[in-house]
Design a protein around this ligand. Structure first.
Ligand SMILES: CCc1ccc([C@H](C)CC(=O)N[C@@H]2O[C@H](CO)[C@@H](O)[C@H](O)[C@H]2O)cc1
Length: 789
């Protein structure tokens, strides 16, 4: 490999070793690795074609991939070889792999789940394509200016993205606007604005490099790139106008992760990638099979939330307008190919597009949606409407056009049946199924936690990496002193590594023997970072009130971005940084309490923080977090969870044992009841002197002397609009934190509880989740699943 790297450096990058930069070495190493995976990739594509096997198409507006170099290395089993080769060339291996920018093509949970699913589909040998958008700019870069979030454009493509292959021959014309003409019964759409979707393919090779799938991301390009006439007239802007307009469609990821923004460009992005993907898979089917009516046998399309829900009308459009099927048959055929995953119950996240906008941008699709609505109403009179109050409801459209709909945790799926789709569930009682989320153990244990990985492999061999339930064998080690010590040592070495990184990047010194208490996720009121912060201030107060008490030293670590337009979430960030500044400067609690908030939380930072965590904060208002996946990553890496009975916390607690989980707070049904009680938050504050004191301090500007009124809005909101019941869960949360303090003081006991978490997380592998989709939704076989091996 050493010579291959030198050869690539010379002939692909035109550099000799003496002149090479870290980036050059990384590119050269990556190109050598790429050579290794192309064979299995192309071979898999050929085999899928020859076997005419059913393909899965995962349509997602987001793929939160992170870095790929380490994934490629470990899936090819080249960890040692790559490190040895790079070190033999006198280079710093960690520096080289850390040089790769994150592919931050997603906001949070939904996007990261899509990335984990791609890894599991390849590891299980299920032929699949991931389809999405090749954003020029991913999720914004976050920095803090005087404690407040500032955003700047993300620039991952400012350098060559070495893992992708541009496919200039894979192009589809995507239309917008215009009108529909009719001759006889046939409709023809005449768009008045076209762009070209060009495919960029990234190979996704599974564990042990036995199968490779494709992530095809679409980039928008103009039909006519350059208007020479305008240029010759000296109107240079006009000359590149069409190019600029076209590129806008795949220019940037919308940074909202819970609020639909109703922007026309967002609708165009959704249609652009969905239409290109549907056209692409139809071409492949017609080339390979040729019988349009056989489509459902060969194609399973999964819609990652409602963002690609236009896939239903688009498929029907092609079947009717291009293939001449009758509307009714086309609708039925399309439904047999489509399935939809719901990821949120938050009303503001459910997409509804104004009919007027639809009529302007997608006139033919609006007609077809009317046909779909009419057919649904005819067959199921009184069924909830897709077209309602002048809006196109994308949730109802996705549901009606899918043969299966799933939630992402048992509690969430239950709530989907009882709330957002209650009526449709009554009409279609077998359509909704549950598929509890999962995470890939390749990135989220084998890759990010070598210390724990090696300890486990020493014990079990390494087949656990693709058969995670084997971890259960470690339960027998919970009273094995030497194993527990080795387990503790692995955690401590991760905490030391993180302490070094935090002191370098944030200039804050951490005590690796303190409890590392971590909350990393998007900033949102329902995730209740605010409650965590209020508990921290209460703890600070009592550490100062009672300095002689044997306090468990705590390090509070926060990480997460707020959607730029989400003012309240940005205020929460500002408050956390304001409190951190005061607490970290307080000699009275020095060495006992530290608060750090490293800016620009992303996948790579999660890989750094999670292995070093002792306590995982999963404290959302019950009924609001559809599943969570960070919760799974923490437990797998030997952290204990403090959490509510929400999302997948419920199933995690069932698997790890209630004795190994710090539960607190109202349940989902208690939340609903409490909300109906008038003045519930004032009553809760009234009943908690501890909370009153903290709210008073913040309100008076104790943590923002330079702007005493800064947090008035936030605190005022808790008195009268505490929609997410921070006030009601505060005391039980505080008490549970104190319980965790006591347990942590018995490090041996804590470690065996942590081991029980790691050992019990096998079921939360995304391999198990994907096998569930393959069995219950796609009817696709998984040739390489552990079961089949
Ligand atoms: C239209 C704006 C928008 C963009 C993204 C979203 C996503 C659905 C939000 C999201 O990421 N949801 C998270 O999905 C995860 C994967 O299933 C779950 O684990 C999280 O609980 C859920 O919040 C909603 C609305």
């Amino acid at each position: 490999m050493k010579n291959d790297i030198l050869k690539r450096l010379r002939y692909s990058l035109g550099k000799d070793a003496g002149a090479a930069s870290v980036q050059d070495w990384r590119m050269a190493l990556s190109l050598v690795l790429r050579d290794q995976l192309v064979d299995v990739w192309l071979d898999s594509a050929r085999r899928a074609e020859v076997n005419a096997s059913k393909r899965v198409y995962y349509l997602s507006m987001e793929f939160l991939i992170g870095r790929l170099i380490e994934d490629m290395i470990s899936n090819l089993g080249l960890d040692a070889a790559a490190r040895d080769a790079v070190e033999a060339l006198g280079q710093d291996y960690d520096m080289i792999v850390h040089d790769e920018p994150d592919a931050a093509l997603g906001n949070g949970g939904l996007g990261r789940l899509a990335a984990c699913f791609m890894d599991s589909l390849a590891t299980l040998g299920i032929p699949a394509f991931g389809y999405g958008i090749r954003y020029e700019h991913g999720l914004f870069e976050q920095s803090f200016v005087d404690g407040a979030q500032a955003e700047s454009p993300e620039t991952w493509l400012s350098q060559r993205h070495v893992w992708e292959f541009e496919r200039p021959e894979v192009q589809h014309r995507i239309g917008f606007g215009g009108h529909v003409s009719r001759d006889g019964g046939r409709a023809t759409w005449h768009p008045d604005n076209m762009v070209v979707a060009t495919g960029y393919d990234t190979p996704v090779v599974g564990w042990q490099g036995e199968w490779g799938n494709t992530l095809r991301l679409w980039s928008a390009k103009p039909v006519n790139p350059f208007d020479l006439e305008s240029f010759n007239r000296g109107d240079y802007l006009a000359a590149s106008r069409s190019e600029a307009l076209a590129r806008t469609i795949s220019r940037v990821l919308y940074p909202d992760d819970t609020t639909e923004n109703g922007k026309e460009l967002r609708l165009k992005q959704e249609y652009f990638f969905t239409a290109a993907s549907i056209m692409d898979l139809m071409c492949r089917h017609m080339e390979e099979d040729g019988d349009i009516r056989a489509l459902p046998e060969h194609v399973a399309i999964q819609l990652n939330d409602t963002h690609p829900a236009i896939a239903g009308p688009e498929l029907v459009r092609l079947l009717v307008d291009d293939h001449g099927l009758a509307m009714a048959e086309a609708i039925t055929l399309a439904r047999r190919c489509l399935a939809y995953t719901n990821h949120t119950l938050l009303p503001e996240a459910l997409e509804r597009w104004p009919e007027g906008l639809f009529a302007r941008v997608l006139p033919r699709h609006l007609e077809i949606i009317r046909e779909i609505e009419a057919a649904q109403q005819a067959e199921f009179p009184g069924s909830p409407h897709i077209l309602e109050h002048g809006d196109v409801c994308m949730g109802e459209l996705a549901f009606v056009m899918a043969h299966k709909v799933n939630g992402v945790s048992a509690l969430h799926t239950d709530l989907v049946k009882k709330t957002v789709f209650a009526e449709l569930h009554r009409i279609h009682p077998t359509r909704i199924v549950n598929q509890t989320n999962g995470i890939t153990p390749r990135r989220w244990l084998h890759g990010c936690n070598p210390a724990l990985r090696d300890l486990i492999t020493q014990q079990l061999g390494d087949t656990w990496v693709s058969d995670l339930e084997q971890l259960a064998a470690l339960k027998a080690k919970r009273s094995d002193t030497s194993f527990i010590q080795a387990f503790q040592q692995a955690k401590r070495s991760n905490k030391v590594a993180l302490s070094n990184w935090i002191s370098e990047t944030c200039g804050v010194a951490l005590d690796p023997d303190a409890m590392f208490d971590v909350q990393i996720k998007r900033i949102h009121e329902y995730k209740r970072q605010l409650m965590n912060l209020l508990e921290t201030v209460a703890l600070w107060n009592e550490m100062r009130d009672d300095p002689d008490r044997d306090w468990t030293p705590r390090v509070k670590i926060f990480g997460g971005k707020a959607a730029p337009g989400y003012v309240l979430a940005k205020q929460i960030i500002h408050l956390i940084n304001d409190v951190a500044r005061v607490v970290n400067a307080d000699p009275a609690t020095k060495g006992r309490l530290r608060i750090v908030f490293p800016p620009n939380y992303n996948v790579t930072m999660a890989e750094r923080l999670i292995p070093a965590a002792d306590l995982s904060e999963q404290i959302s208002t019950a009924g609001k977090e559809a599943s969570g996946t960070g919760n799974m990553k923490f437990a797998l890496n030997g952290a204990l969870t403090i959490g509510t009975l929400d999302g997948a916390n419920v199933e995690i607690r069932d698997h790890v044992g209630s004795e190994n989980f710090f539960l607190f707070g109202l349940t989902a049904s208690e939340v609903v009841d409490r909300r109906h009680q008038h003045g519930f938050s004032r009553a809760a504050i009234e009943a908690s002197p501890r909370l009153q004191r903290v709210l008073g301090q913040i309100f008076e500007g104790r943590f923002s002397p330079e702007d005493p009124h800064r947090h008035h809005g936030l605190i005022g909101m808790l008195y009268d609009h505490d929609h997410f019941l921070v006030t009601c869960d505060f005391d039980s949360y505080y008490d549970t934190q104190r319980r965790a303090d006591v347990v942590f003081q018995n490090s041996r006991n804590w470690a065996s509880m942590a081991l029980m978490n790691t050992a019990s997380m096998g079921w939360f592998s995304s391999d198990r989740t994907i096998q569930g989709y393959a069995r219950d939704i796609w009817q696709a076989d998984a040739p390489r699943s552990a079961l089949e091996r």
